[in-house]
Design a protein around this ligand. Structure first.
Ligand SMILES: [Mg+2]
Length: 162
C-alpha cells in the first residue's frame, strides 16, 4: 500500500488496511502520491505528449473489459469490475500526471468546464421528466449547433413540435 500518512483523524491504520476512499482523499493527495512514486523511480521528465498518449492507451485498456459484454454483464461481474477499477486507476494516474506536467490544476479545470457544461446543457432543456426521445432530441440539437451538424439531429422534428 502506497501511503504517506498512516494516521488520519485520530485513527491509525493497521498493516494492510486501506485508507484511501473518495470521501476522504483529495486530488492533491493523489497528485502527491504520484509525484513521490515517480520521483523515486526517476520518472520526472516525461514528454507531455507521451503522458497524453498513455492516458488514452489506459483508456483503451479500460474499454477492453467491456468488449463482448453487455452493460448488465459488467455490472454483475465483480472480477470484471475489479479489473476495470485497476484501469480506472491507471487513467487517473495519467490524467493527474498530465495536469502536473503541464501545470494545469485539474480541479480548477474541472470547475471551469462544469460552468461551461451548465451553459451548454441547461437544466431548462433537460428535465428529469423528459422522455428519452426528448432528451436525445435536445442533446443532438446541441451537438448539431456546436459541431456544425450531427447525423442524428432531425430539424424536421423541431418544426413538427411547433
Ligand atoms: Mg493499465
Amino acid at each position: 500500500m502506497i501511503t504517506q500518512k498512516r494516521c488520519k483523524k485520530g485513527h491509525c491504520a493497521t498493516e494492510g488496511e486501506k485508507q484511501m476512499n473518495d470521501q476522504t482523499t483529495s486530488l492533491s493527495q493523489i497528485k502527491e502520491l504520484i509525484r513521490i512514486f515517480r520521483k523515486k523511480r526517476g520518472w520526472t521528465n516525461e514528454d507531455p505528449k507521451d503522458i497524453a498518449l498513455s492516458l488514452i492507451l489506459e483508456g483503451s485498456e479500460l474499454l477492453e473489459h467491456f468488449q463482448w459484454l453487455t452493460g448488465d454483464e459488467v455490472l454483475n461481474n465483480q472480477k470484471i469490475k475489479d479489473a476495470i477499477s485497476e484501469e480506472m486507476s491507471d487513467v487517473l494516474w495519467w490524467l493527474v500526471n498530465l495536469g502536473d506536467r503541464l501545470g494545469i490544476d485539474v480541479a480548477q479545470a474541472f470547475e471551469r468546464k462544469m460552468e461551461k457544461n451548465e451553459k451548454k446543457y441547461p437544466e431548462s432543456l433537460f428535465s428529469p421528466t423528459m422522455t428519452q426521445e426528448e432528451k436525445d432530441r435536445a442533446y443532438y440539437k446541441i451537438k448539431a449547433a456546436t459541431r456544425g451538424g450531427h447525423p442524428l439531429y432531425e430539424p424536421e422534428q423541431e418544426k413538427e413540435k411547433k
